[in-house]
Ligand binder design. Structure first.
Ligand code: SAM
Length: 258
């Protein structure tokens, strides 16, 4: 068993037909031999609104408006880290419901604190594993999906752990509403460069059916040039790469009409 809250490194299996239960399950503090190793294991459960532990998140599948207390377009950020982007996205877009998904216990608490400090009521953070998005969302239910600096896994033998994969693009097609966007930023060039290839091939380049995603913008550096979308929000990792003078790559794709 990995350290409490460490990112997933296994491949997600296809959801069995007719399965309605969540496949990502929250381990309780008592499931760990040394729960004290990570105080945020307990802290993330005790924090309360705007932080939803996994067991409180998946029941909102198909009714996230109830968690937010209103109907509004649902925008989801994966791997929210310290929560700056999440809170700022919510602050700049009061008409959206904004949900962050983060696997690490401590970071979910940091995100919750950022949301609280921003004084916004349209953002939530959940501790969930992004390889199980279908536990959380129905088809066509997302207005926007954001992946900022996902763990890069640059070594070839770790490539299967990269979230930005053919599987993830297929999942995005399923989850995004018609015309909705997927916005990706990464300091690891190949994570962005391979997305156009993965639209009609697998990771090894074998041809696959073309996915209904249109590339609507791309940038080889959102620091020295414009992002492929208006009003870019600098993330914590993005600021680290800006300070190092290194580029941040970006791509935007939109779901074609069904
Ligand atoms: C490199 S950090 C980037 C954080 C933030 N997006 C930023 O740009 O500053 C990647 C984040 O993704 C989270 N993460 C990694 N695997 C994940 C998974 N399977 N599900 C949800 N979050 C995950 C990590 O815990 C970490 O906070």
């Amino acid at each position: 068993m990995g350290a409490p809250g460490s990112p997933t490194t296994r491949r997600r299996m296809p959801r069995p037909e007719g399965e309605s239960r969540p496949r990502f399950t929250d381990r309780l503090p008592e499931d760990f031999t040394r729960p004290d190793i990570n105080p945020f294991l307990v802290a993330h459960r005790e924090h309360g609104h705007p932080l939803l532990p996994a067991s409180e998140a998946w029941p909102y599948r198909g009714r996230w408006h109830e968690a937010f207390g209103r109907e509004a377009p649902l925008h989801v950020e994966i791997g929210s880290g310290n929560g700056f982007f999440l809170a700022e996205l919510a602050r700049r877009n009061p008409d959206w419901n904004v949900l962050g998904i983060e696997i690490r216990y401590k970071r979910t608490v940091l995100c919750a604190k950022k949301i609280e400090a921003a004084g916004v009521s349209n953002a939530l953070i959940t501790r969930y594993d992004a390889w199980y998005l279908d536990d959380l969302f129905e088809d066509g239910s997302l207005a926007g999906l954001y992946v900022n600096h996902p763990d890069p896994w640059p070594k070839v033998r770790h490539e299967k752990n990269r979230l930005l994969s053919r599987w993830f693009l297929e999942e995005s097609c399923r989850l995004l509403a018609d015309g909705a966007w997927l916005r990706v930023k990464s300091d690891f060039e190949d994570n962005v460069a391979r997305i156009p290839r993965l639209l009609d091939a697998d990771g090894e380049g074998a041809p696959l059916p073309r996915l209904p995603l249109q590339i609507t913008g791309r940038s080889d550096d959102v620091i020295t040039g414009p992002a492929p979308w208006p009003d870019d929000i600098e993330t914590n990792y993005q600021s680290k790469f800006r300070k190092k003078g290194e580029p941040v790559y970006a791509i935007e794709l939109r779901r074609e009409a069904r």
